[in-house]
Design a protein. Structure first.
Length: 558
């Protein structure tokens, strides 16, 4: 006969009681018409706790758990309790708007425990994540690569008895991402855990795996500080917050997407140090660079660049803006969203909810008498036509289009209803670009090309019109070391191609040509296409053939 396990049975009874308590809180929340929350799975904002003294909070059976601006979120056990009402009125008397949540006593005890460490806990306010200067310096000195970050995170998770360990995890993840120049942080729940990944140089790299409870707490904290609705998990949400590291304010754009096992969270890091790449470091070839500089010197006309998401178009356009900027020019940008703030330049952001589109923004912009205009994207006839008109009436216009290559710009504009004759007068140059990873200079290895590799490279080199390079039969391959997080790559550089508006292009446009036909007539311009630019960088040991295959169609027709 099996022996009765009193301890196990007692634990099971306690779990059932807790579940029953949470179920009752949910029912009461529905009865009172307010939201329910489980504070044991929610990040507690210590700045919010400070709004109600501990003694008052316990008497009122309440716990403020998040504050943003003048809006404070308070969890209560009984919204009609006199002491509860008194505490709420006291908070409102200081100009705060109170949003009530129903919760259980177990949740309240969990939140009240945070009062013990309120002096050392790290908080957030108004979309700003605060980290002490001492912690910032320590993190940035220690978190030099993925391995050191992994060790730190595992150590913090193991010592989770400290109530603010979720705050520390998020701070470490953000500091590690900034230190390794990650562009994105991905937190992806699975059936048994959550996967944490960084996008480094355009490719996702595993950092570690988090248990389900830690994932839920991090998700709640991120949603709270970025201004998302905590109780909504079945539709996508967007938010943003900022964090100051080494006196540099880094914007974090957050996306939450519902999935099978929970919400996938992506934090995009908009580090101003990353965008401040000098024009000379973009990776543009000498020949194309000389042409672009002439176009940038013109007082009017349009410069268009194309490429997929993440190909560096924003970085290129911002570099152009900094190149042409002088105190005597009026420069306005129309973006969605404004990713980086540029000194001396007026930036405006579109808002579809308020019907403030690129077209409406452009019309308003032209009434400001600008010299240079940057339009984040041309996607409709009205924006395209107004942009063309601006280029024809004394403005220098920068913008982007969705096409596969530089030649595709012209059919795309005609597809948007633009007269081919006007296109010829307005466009200065059309460009296309991609981003590739750069081989780590500390560990890359030179090897002979295989026969297949040599055939591919020879085909491209022999087809170049203007610039001749020699295929020396060597190629560089990634190895991996601590400097490059064992990826073999460190940093990114652009691949570019361009087509200048000249007589050959103007004459063919009225025939409604395909991009293949446009490429054929512009080969005589002698500008490298993306495959050729890629091959030159490959032979110079900048990157690898595998990396080029990942980004460029190396076998495509000219």
């Amino acid at each position: 006969m099996p022996q009765f396990d009193e301890e196990k049975q007692s634990k099971k009874i306690d779990e059932l009681r807790l579940k029953e308590e949470e179920d009752i809180a949910r029912i009461l929340a529905n009865k009172y018409g307010i939201l329910y929350i489980d504070l044991t799975e929610t990040s507690i904002d210590t700045d919010a706790l400070r709004l109600i003294p501990e003694e008052t909070a316990k008497k009122a059976l309440a716990a403020p758990f998040h504050v943003t601006g003048k809006k404070v979120y308070i969890a209560v056990h009984s919204p009609r309790n006199n002491d509860t009402q008194f505490a709420i009125r006291e908070v409102e008397s200081h100009g705060y708007t109170v949003i009530l949540y129903m919760t259980s006593m177990a949740s309240l005890h969990h939140a009240w425990w945070r009062y013990k460490e309120i002096s050392e806990a790290h908080g957030e306010r108004g979309g700003v994540l605060e980290i002490s200067n001492t912690d910032i310096l320590y993190f940035l000195e220690q978190l030099v690569d993925i391995q050191s970050l992994r060790v730190f995170l595992e150590s913090i998770v193991e010592n989770r008895e400290k109530s603010h360990y979720i705050s520390r995890i998020l701070e470490i993840v953000l500091a590690g991402a900034v230190n390794t120049n990650a562009s994105d942080i991905h937190i992806e729940p699975t059936e048994v855990n959550a996967r944490l990944r960084f996008r480094l140089d355009g490719v996702l790299q595993d950092v570690t795996f988090l248990d389900v409870k830690t994932y839920k707490l991090i998700r709640s904290r991120v949603k709270l500080v970025s201004g998302m609705k905590l109780n909504i998990t079945d539709v996508s949400q967007d938010g943003r917050f900022s964090v100051t590291l080494r006196e540099v304010t880094v914007e974090i754009r957050v996306s939450a997407l519902p999935g099978t096992y929970g919400e996938s969270i992506v934090l995009r890091i908009l580090n101003p140090n990353i965008i401040n790449i000098p024009y000379s470091a973009l990776g543009i070839s000498d020949e194309l660079n000389a042409i672009i500089e002439k176009q940038l010197e013109k007082p009017n006309g349009m410069i268009l660049t194309t490429g997929p998401t993440g190909s560096g178009k924003t970085t290129t356009l911002y570099a152009f803006l900094r190149q042409v900027y002088t105190p005597g020019l009026k420069i306005i940008t129309i973006e969605n969203p404004i990713e980086y703030h540029l000194q001396g330049i007026v930036q405006t952001q579109t808002d579809s909810k308020k019907k403030y589109t690129f077209y409406e923004g452009l019309k308003a912009c032209l009434r400001q008498d600008p010299d240079v205009i940057m339009i984040g994207e041309i996607r409709d006839n009205e924006t395209a036509q107004t942009s063309i008109d601006a280029a024809l009436t004394g403005h220098l216009v920068f913008s982007t289009l969705h096409t596969n290559n530089a030649a595709g710009v012209f059919p795309r504009l005609m597809g948007l209803g633009i007269n081919p004759k006007i296109i010829g007068s307005a466009i200065n140059i059309a460009m296309a670009q991609r981003l590739i990873r750069v081989l780590c200079g500390h560990c890359k290895r030179e090897e002979p090309q295989t026969e297949t590799e040599k055939a591919v490279i020879d085909d491209i080199v022999n087809g170049m019109v203007a610039r001749k390079v020699t295929n020396h039969g060597k190629i560089w391959r990634p190895v991996g070391c601590s400097y490059c997080n064992n990826t073999g790559y460190k940093g990114q550089i652009g691949l570019y191609e361009g087509i200048v508006m000249d007589k050959s292009v103007e004459e063919i446009l009225p025939t409604n040509p395909s991009d293949r036909e446009i490429k054929a007539v512009t080969r005589a311009q002698g500008i490298l296409d993306i495959r050729e630019d890629a091959t030159i960088k490959l032979l110079a040991g900048v990157t690898t053939l595998d990396e080029l295959y990942r980004v460029v169609d190396m076998s495509g027709d000219r």
